[in-house]
Design a protein around this ligand. Structure first.
Ligand code: AMP
Length: 304
């Protein structure tokens, strides 16, 4: 079992879906990621919040064993994101992004953090992602990165710079097309791989997830759910299961990566069943095992 470090956003989200809404609830890429990954391996979080950030949210992460020593409390307001979804839950429409304390956050990793063997650069300003990567005193065994349209559009150059140095990128389908400037997803994945990462994971919401690595393509379906309430955080929860499992096994061979794709899908399938982290807070290891077993059945194929 190996430790996992994540830098990303910790947020207060306001979300509207066709099935309800939530005001200023706990969110953020690093939040969903660390909570999800903590089911597999020890996680260290690096992020910042403002003085308005409710203490019970920090307790939630701490109670799951997430090391929140790197969660800096700055004077100012917490990062806020407002988003809405139509009946097509695959695409979030961003209504408002307030960087607040993230606008001038400069993380300073301590010695232990900077020697963490697995690193996830969750969705945040690519300049911050690069800053954290540069501070690593020993090159992690695996570095993965996630990003979104906001940064692809607003910080393309720094994003391309950090992409050159990572092993894995996780990205959703619309953003993969946008980053690669290529409508065909297969070609887009290849173009992204050519930017640096040897492994590309494209998250496709209700259509599952696609992997491209040295072994070629691999696909995992999404768990067929009848009730999806809020897809916010699905991508980060996927990444948490994916990286959490790899760090837990401390292996990155092709077979382990494929199983990690399924663990990512398992974790994401729980997140979307409720708003914020609500479903994850009711989750236990037995349910994760059970759903993994259901994926094995879903994905089984025999030659007739
Ligand atoms: P996803 O897993 O892709 O649904 O990501 C949802 C999370 O991303 C939300 O909880 C937001 O707080 C966070 N988020 C939204 N926009 C940004 C941004 N520009 N930078 C960092 N995090 C963001």
């Amino acid at each position: 079992m190996a430790e996992l470090l994540v830098v990303g956003s910790v947020a207060l989200d306001t979300v509207e879906t066709p099935f309800g809404n939530a005001q200023e609830v706990l969110g953020g890429s690093a939040t969903f990621f660390s909570y999800s990954a903590s089911f597999f391996t020890p996680v260290r979080l690096v992020a910042t919040v403002g003085q308005d950030f409710p203490e019970p949210h920090v307790k939630l992460l701490r109670d799951r064993g997430v090391d929140v020593g790197g969660l800096h409390v700055a004077s100012g307001r917490t990062f806020r994101w407002t988003g809405a979804y139509g009946y097509d839950l695959n695409e979030a429409k961003t209504l408002d992004t307030q960087l607040n304390v993230f606008a001038d956050f400069r993380p300073a990793l301590d010695d232990t953090q900077s020697r963490t063997p697995y690193l996830f650069l969750a969705n945040i300003d690519p300049e911050l992602q690069l800053d954290v990567l540069r501070q690593m005193r020993t090159r992690p065994r695996l570095v993965a990165l996630d990003t979104m349209n906001f940064w692809i559009k607003g910080k393309r150059e720094p994003l391309l710079r950090v992409l050159r140095e990572v092993d894995v990128v996780t990205i959703n389908d619309g953003e993969a097309r946008q980053l690669a400037e290529e409508p065909n997803l297969v070609k887009a994945a290849r173009k992204i791989a050519a930017l640096g990462p040897r492994t590309v994971v494209v998250k496709r919401g209700e259509y599952g997830a696609l992997l491209l690595d040295d072994g070629g393509f691999f696909v995992v379906p999404a768990y067929p759910l009848e009730a999806i309430f809020d897809p916010t955080g699905a991508g980060d929860t996927f990444a948490g299961g994916f990286m959490g499992y790899l760090a837990f096994r401390d292996q990155t061979d092709a077979a382990t990566v494929r199983r990690a794709m399924v663990y990512g899908s398992v974790m994401a399938s729980f997140t979307v069943e409720d708003f914020s982290l609500n479903r994850l807070t009711r989750l236990d290891a037995r349910e994760i095992d059970q759903r993994y077993a259901e994926f094995e059945v879903l994905m089984r194929l025999e030659r007739g």
